[in-house]
Design a protein around this ligand. Sequence first.
Ligand SMILES: [Zn+2]
Length: 74
Amino acid sequence: MKCKYCEKILSDDAELVLNYFHHVGSDHYDSLDAEDKMMYDIRKKMMQSKKDYELKKKNVGDSDLIFNSKNSEI
Ligand SMILES: [Zn+2]
């Protein structure tokens, strides 16, 4: 698909939405209108908190594993 703001063509793969999001953020953020900027910021926050959640989940999962292996030694 073609970028809405420039002539760049983005490949239609699984990462398209993410790639487009990052492209708009880095290349066109200043040219977004107020509403689009707001949407971008909300989206970015959501992605960040999802990342934090997955990181947290991973850490909790790891400590669970340690706990379980310790327990099984007793
Ligand atoms: Zn562009």
